[in-house]
Design a protein around this ligand. Structure first.
Ligand code: HEM
Length: 141
């Protein structure tokens, strides 16, 4: 019974995922792919139409062009144009590698948390003892 629904497990099963290695092979004027914001575009037919010239697109062919695309400050028209060349997305394993660094920062923060209260507590104890001796000295004299 359930076997009939096995294809429904991933609702967006039509989305294709490409690895960076696979994308990098489409780096020539006859076959040009670009990555913009983790999405993959086949812009081969757009090269000659690009108002900024085909040179700049070929420089980024097979690579992540997000930074240069944003640096130019493309219009919303340009962003809408992108959609017609959409072919898939960058594979999850090849995305945002920097995120893993955040995990290390949080774990190292945890280990030092006990030090944050131990040092002031020791300082308070030392000051308390010094005060006690000071009072005792004054009482005896
Ligand atoms: C496939 C993705 C791209 C699309 C659909 C696209 C589309 C466009 C469009 C429609 C314009 C006209 C101005 C505007 O509407 O903003 C433009 C201008 C421009 N684009 Fe792109 N672009 C793409 C990628 C890139 C990349 C990766 C670069 C890299 C440097 C680039 C560089 C430029 C430059 C320099 C201009 C300005 C041309 C001028 O004002 O003389 N574009 N682009």
């Amino acid at each position: 019974m359930d076997c009939e629904h096995s294809g429904d497990t991933v609702s967006e099963s039509s989305t294709k995922y490409y690895t960076l290695e696979e994308i990098s092979q489409h780096n020539m004027s006859k076959d040009t792919w670009l990555i913009v914001h983790d999405k993959v575009y086949d812009i081969t037919s757009f090269l000659g139409e690009h108002p900024g010239g085909e040179e700049v697109l070929l420089e980024q062919a097979g690579l992540d062009a997000t930074e240069s695309f944003e640096d130019v400050g493309h219009s919303t028209d340009a962003r809408e144009m992108l959609q017609q060349y959409f072919i898939g997305e960058v594979h999850m394993d090849d995305r945002n590698k920097e995120n893993s660094k955040d995990i290390f920062i949080t774990t190292s923060g945890e280990s030092s948390s006990w030090k944050t209260w131990l040092i002031p507590a020791l300082a308070a104890a030392v000051i308390g003892l010094m005060y006690r001796f000071y009072i005792l000295e004054h009482k005896s004299s």
